[in-house]
Design a protein around this ligand. Structure first.
Ligand code: SF4
Length: 401
């Protein structure tokens, strides 16, 4: 298989999507409007630079006419809209992208060598691992003796500097340019973020190239050693063309547009609704049982105190009632904790109590293992907490049940 940046990114995004697209070769029935818009803008810019190469300078209207013509020719009912906007909104967005670009760069005098240039990248010496890609536009700047790899971005997200440095696509393309042209010592990567009318540029760095090459090879090897292509759901699923056949979403896709009565009768919907109802009932019953148990526990404690008992017998079981007042010291970050720490340090007990182990500290106070004056000071910092437990055992056994 010849790899491409989008194949590798697809695998990283979701192995199942990779399998559908590149192994099973399932051609999606739908295309997202964002991808449709991107293709039309790329086509229009490719057309523009072809005219410029032939020494023609189209005016803005001609460029927008080409965009409109291709939009109308290719628009179809299978285009999928995720957000609440309509096709005319996306068309207007594309018009704005091209207008801004035209006004900013006319008369397009950079030395464009090629548009939509196909390239092949060798990732290893044996040429076992190869990638292919298409450069939106390749420029050679004579004055700076620099090759420029231009990429048009139509998404509504503006990448940060760190993200651009991590962007492997153009860095990989520069490897091909280096192999193709003898004088390609200096290469710049240029991103055009059309939605923001911004241009970002990075000079290719040897260290980054080495890292990108290694990471790409590792991902390819991972793909080749995988036989399990699991679905990896993310917010990007909304833009995935395979949602209607994906096991994570197929059911929702099938039922989402059903009328409410049909929706509620559908077998899967029915099963999930019943299951969740029963689970809710179970939680409610459990809560009621817990409340009743708590009330019975309180009653048993009262009965044991009133009659001075620590064991109360039933028909088959007996309840052992355990009541204890324990010392409670402030927890970490609570007021008073620092004072205890200082007292323990001053009396040389801090290490014995590994930081401030309040359980061990309480025991040492109860067993009088600390100096009297320290115990007195510590007593000012603790509260008394009453613990009550009921242990149920068989009448004829001591073992807990
Ligand atoms: S919908 Fe999401 S989980 Fe399913 S194949 Fe597409 S990306 Fe993967």
């Amino acid at each position: 298989m010849i790899y491409s940046h989008s194949r590798i990114e697809t695998f990283k995004q979701c192995p199942l999507k990779f399998k559908y697209r590149y192994l099973d070769k399932i051609i999606p029935e739908v295309e997202t409007i964002e991808s449709f818009l991107g293709s039309r803008v790329h086509e229009a810019l490719e057309w523009l630079y072809k005219q410029v190469k032939m020494e023609k300078l189209p005016d803005l209207k001609e460029l927008l006419d080409i965009f409109k013509k291709n939009w109308e020719k290719n628009f179809n009912v299978n285009i999928k809209f995720i957000k609440e906007f309509e096709d005319k909104d996306y068309f207007n967005t594309g018009t704005k992208f091209l207008t801004n670009y035209y006004e900013r760069y006319k008369p397009f005098k950079e030395n464009t060598i090629a548009t939509e240039k196909q390239i092949f990248i060798n990732l290893d010496k044996d040429e076992k691992y190869q990638m292919q890609g298409f450069i939106d536009r390749l420029v050679y700047d004579e004055t700076k003796k620099t090759y420029e790899i231009h990429d048009y971005k139509t998404s509504g997200y503006l990448k940060t500097n760190d993200e651009l440095e991590e962007d492997k696509q153009l860095a990989l393309y520069s490897l091909a340019i280096r192999e193709m042209y003898q004088d390609a010592d200096k290469i710049c990567l240029i991103w055009h973020f059309l939605a923001f009318d911004k241009e970002f540029c990075l000079e290719v760095d040897e260290k980054i190239l080495k890292k990108v090459k290694e990471e790409t090879l590792n991902t390819i090897k991972k793909i080749e050693n995988t036989d399990k292509f699991d679905a990896k759901a993310s917010k990007l699923c909304d833009w995935c063309e395979y949602k209607p056949i994906c096991p994570k979403w197929k059911h929702l896709e099938e039922i989402k547009d059903k009328p409410i009565n049909e929706f509620l009768k559908e077998e899967g919907v029915n099963l999930v609704n019943k299951y969740s109802e029963l689970l809710l009932q179970k939680q409610k019953v459990n809560m009621e049982l817990d409340e009743n148990l708590e009330k019975l526990k309180e009653a048993l404690v009262k009965y044991s105190e009133k009659n001075n008992l620590d064991t109360i017998f039933g028909s088959n079981k007996k309840a052992r009632v355990w009541i204890k007042d324990v010392l409670k010291f402030p927890n970490k970050n609570e007021i008073g904790r620092d004072v205890i720490k200082t007292l323990l340090i001053n009396h040389g007990f801090y290490n014995d109590l590994s930081d401030v182990d309040t359980f061990k500290l309480s025991r040492m106070i109860e067993e009088n293992k600390l100096p009297k004056d320290l115990i007195e000071k510590l007593k000012e910092l603790h509260k008394i907490e009453r613990l009550e437990r009921i242990y149920l055992v068989d009448n004829n056994m001591e073992k807990e049940n």
